[in-house]
Every structure is written in C-alpha cells, then in structure tokens.
Design a protein around this ligand. Structure first.
Ligand SMILES: Cc1ncc(COP(=O)(O)O)c(C=O)c1O
Length: 371
C-alpha cells in the first residue's frame, strides 16, 4: 500500500441517498450518477452500494463506462447521459445500455443496429430547455423524432429528460422556466400515447426545488456528501464520503531565511519545524493550492508551505509541535473536531468540489469502509 490512500465510506453513500430520497415524493426514483469513476470514488463499489441503498437507475457519461459496470456484473438500468456515436451502438445494444437520443439520425441508426442484432434498445430522449448542451431544442423536430420512434419496432422509449443549468442558485426562476418548457415535451409524448419516465433534477434541484421534480432525479454530488449549492447547506446533513490520508515521511527544522521547495517561493520567517508528506499534484493535490491550503495532523490545522511538487509537499508543523514521522495527515476529511472539505479546497483552487474529488488520481488507492 502506498503512503497515501482515499477512504470511501459506503455507509455515508447510503446515508446521503436516504437523506436525498427522504426529501422527495415517496414514489420518485433515484438515478445514481456514477460517471467519471463515480466522481473519483470508484465506479463499481459506488454503483453496487447505491443500488443496495435504493437507487433504481445508474447514470454514466458514455458507452465504455456503462460496459465497465456490466462487466462488473451490474444488471440495473444504465443510462448513458452523453452522446452515443455509431461506432458504439452495437456495444450499447448488446449490453442493454440506454443511450440518450437528441437527433432523428441517431434514432434511425439505433433502429438499424438493433435490427441487425435482432435486439431491442431502450432509449431516453433529451430535450434541451435552456442548458444549450445536448437535447432537442425544437418542438417540431422533437415531434418528428417521437413519430419516428413509434414506427421503430426495435426501439422503446424508456425515458424523457432535460438538464438544469442553474439549479444551484437560490433564485429558482430559470429552473422553473426550464421545467415549464420540459412539460411541453412531456405533453407531445402524451399526445402520441407515450408515457416515458420523466427526469430533470440534479442534486441541487432534488434537494431544494420540489416543484421541478418529475418521476426520477439524477443525483451525483450530494450522494458523495458535498452540498451542491451554498444556500442548501443548513439543516441538510450530507456526509462527505471520501477522506484522503497520507502520513509524514520526514521532519526537519529549517533555519530562518531558507527557501522551501521549487522556486524557493516560501521563505521561513524563523526557524521552522517542517514535515514532508508524500502526496503531490501527480496524485491530484492541485499545484495551485501551493502556500494556500491546510491539512489536519493530530486534529490540528497545519498549513501547506512551498510549491507543491509532483509527489511530495511540505507542511509547517509550528501548530503541531508533537508531530512525529508516521503521523496521519488528513488532506480531505475529518480528524478530531475539524474537517477539510472538498468545498474548502475548491474555494482555494478557484474551482468546484466536483473537480477536487475528480482530480484525485488513480495513483491514490481507494479503500472502502462499511462505516
Ligand atoms: C445530465 C446530468 N444529470 C445529472 C448530473 C448530476 O449532477 P449533480 O452531481 O450536480 O447531482 C450530471 C452531472 O454532471 C449530468 O451531467
């Protein structure tokens, strides 16, 4: 085992899913978004845990991710949230993955591939109601697609969905407008006798915009224990799933006036006890956090000093005089009464919690705990 590891609490995934679901209508289904290696947490383990915790569907970005789940023995419905190109259609159909469709041409191609394989392909159609990423933007073209789909014996409309662009804002007006636009597409389906499962909300909308709730929500970041929107923090006991640990590999006292690390950008103002930790930007601890972030040692905050290297970084041990080589260093997560959150690191790095979690590289072993 390397000197650093990320501990993933399966109990907290379960807790977070149950918490999110407790805020939904009882009949609303939960799609667990496990794309990008489950936001860095490990796709197979998270998918299995989410399904055991009540998730009905899984969501990934593209075919390879879906196939990976199938090869792990997962049989639950899997939605591919991104575009599927023709090269991947046979794999998608063979593995019973559900592609997202947002052009008439894709429907035609899927039907042709399904006929060739003698199989049925369940699809979700996406309407773009304001995100301007993927999805039908014209009701006329959408109607054309629905009529075509009805004539395709090898295609089944499993779902209809849209995606919100600003559901993390306290001002819900644009999200509600998107929900309203989505209802037009739902109506077109109904008028044509189609009643797919409807879904729109991501974590932020699932937690705080009940008016935009349809038959299913697609939850990612909240399941991993991060608050999707600052104003939703209060009273919602989401529990961070990942904590990232390392240990002190070396301690020395550096005399006053010495530079530390590449570029000598940190200069010791006095004699300083400094610890080295074997984690760096090669592990996903962002270099832009240099001289900004803090870690926890013996439950006490200690600041990172000097440029973060690829595999190592230095910590000012002034606040932790008792620290010794081998002490646990928490880069992310709780120790004692304090915690370093993904949001804290994200603020310092000028990004969002998603990117902090996803940046933690494959070099860092994931260890799963049941508590
Ligand atoms: C289409 C779609 N649905 C749902 C999600 C989950 O969003 P969140 O992690 O904010 O819950 C994402 C995430 O990027 C997405 O792209």
């Amino acid at each position: 085992m390397r000197s650093t590891y990320a501990s993933i609490s399966l109990a907290n995934i379960k807790h977070n899913i149950e918490l999110i679901r407790s805020r939904l209508k009882p009949e609303t289904k939960y799609l667990a978004v496990v794309k990008a290696n489950a936001y860095g947490h490990g796709m197979e383990a998270v998918a299995n845990c989410a399904l055991e915790s009540g998730a009905a569907y899984l969501g990934v970005a593209f075919a390879e991710e879906g196939v990976r789940l199938r090869l792990a023995g997962i049989t639950a419905p899997i939605l591919l949230l991104g575009a599927t190109d023709e090269d991947h259609m046979d794999d998608v159909i063979r593995h019973f993955l559900m592609p997202t469709v947002f052009t008439v041409e894709t429907l035609q191609l899927l039907q042709a591939h399904a006929v060739k394989l003698g199989m049925v392909c369940r699809v979700h159609i996406k309407a773009d109601t304001g995100m301007n990423r993927i999805g039908f933007t014209s009701e006329a073209t959408f109607t054309e697609a629905i009529l075509l789909l009805k004539r395709c014996p090898n295609l089944v409309l499993d779902g209809l969905f849209t995606h919100f662009a600003v559901s993390e804002l306290a001002d819900t007006s644009f999200t509600l407008l998107q929900a309203e636009r989505f209802r037009r597409y739902v109506e077109i389906c109904s008028q044509n006798g189609l009643h797919p499962i409807l879904h729109a909300s991501n974590s932020a909308a699932a937690l705080h915009i009940p008016e935009a709730q349809f038959d299913m929500v697609r939850g990612g970041i909240a399941m991993y224990g991060c608050h999707p929107a600052g104003h939703t923090v209060k009273g919602i006991d989401l529990r961070p799933v990942m904590s990232w640990h390392a240990y002190i590999t070396h301690i020395k006292t550096i005399p006053a006036g010495e530079g530390v690390s590449y570029g000598l950008k940190f200069v010791t103002p006095c004699d300083m006890r400094v610890g080295t930790v074997a984690v760096g930007y090669g592990d996903g601890y962002k270099r832009c956090l240099s001289n900004k972030s803090e870690v926890l040692i013996r439950g006490i905050r200690a600041r990172q000093i000097g440029t973060i290297c690829m595999d190592q970084m230095m910590i000012d041990l002034t606040n932790v005089p008792d620290a010794v080589v081998g002490d646990d260093v928490v880069l992310l997560g709780r120790q004692g009464n304090d915690a370093i959150t993904a949001d804290e690191l994200a603020d310092l790095a000028g990004t969002i919690s998603y990117e902090i979690l996803l940046s933690i590289s494959e070099r860092v072993p994931r260890v799963y705990t049941k508590d």
